[in-house]
Design a protein around this ligand. Structure first.
Ligand SMILES: Nc1ncnc2c1ncn2[C@@H]1O[C@H](COP(=O)(O)OP(=O)(O)O)[C@@H](O)[C@H]1O
Ligand SMILES: [Mg+2]
Length: 172
């Protein structure tokens, strides 16, 4: 089974995935360096060949549970999507510690407040396969425990829908 661990940058995907490595095989989409097809200077990030990565992911040995980590992991052919979320005020603090331009921080805060990744994931996979975890007041270890619980049980009670859209009203 393939499980996408996705979310806006700064929501804690890599921190949680490192813990999950103790239990599952974890594939980091960032490491698909041969799928880099350009560089976006404005965003300080690589442009990746999604179709190429998709094919490589399709060829992974899917015995057991494999976690696919990355902010576009939900675009892969996966069986379940777990979206890490973070309150925009806290996300701003986390992203300010990176060498991101103000514009890039704002773009990510807006994406998070609009639930962009969750919406994309639901469009692609349907709502039953998409789970959200709020990382705002949880340590990465607790988030990893929740991920394992969701994978084991498919239990929606621990992954309620998250909505930060009212935060946007405070910005303008
Ligand atoms: N649950 C959490 N609580 C507090 N800080 C966190 C949490 N998860 C991640 N962080 C911090 O937030 C920053 C971004 O985390 P990271 O795992 O790199 O996110 P991502 O991989 O989604 O971009 C790091 O500085 C990390 O230490
Ligand atoms: Mg990361």
């Amino acid at each position: 089974m393939l499980v996408a661990l996705t979310g806006t940058p700064g929501t804690g995907k890599t921190s949680v995935a490192r813990i999950l490595e103790k239990t599952f095989k974890v594939v980091y989409l960032k490491n698909f360096k041969d799928a880099r097809i350009g560089y976006d200077k404005d965003r300080n990030s690589y442009i990746m060949d999604l179709e190429k990565i998709k094919k490589e992911i399709d060829n992974i040995d899917q015995e057991g549970t494999v976690i696919i980590e990355g902010h576009f992991a939900h675009e892969m052919n996966v069986d379940m999507v777990i979206v890490l979320r973070c309150h925009p005020d806290v996300l701003k603090k986390r992203l300010s510690q990176r060498d991101y331009k103000d514009e890039k921080i704002m773009e990510n805060l807006e994406a998070e407040a609009m639930s962009l990744i969750t919406s994309e994931a639901i469009l692609i996979h349907g709502k039953d396969k998409v789970f959200e975890i709020d990382t705002t007041d949880r340590r990465p270890e607790e988030c990893a425990d929740l991920v394992m619980h969701i994978i084991k049980t498919g239990d929606k009670r621990f992954a309620p829908r998250i909505n930060y859209s009212e935060e946007i009203l405070k910005w303008y």
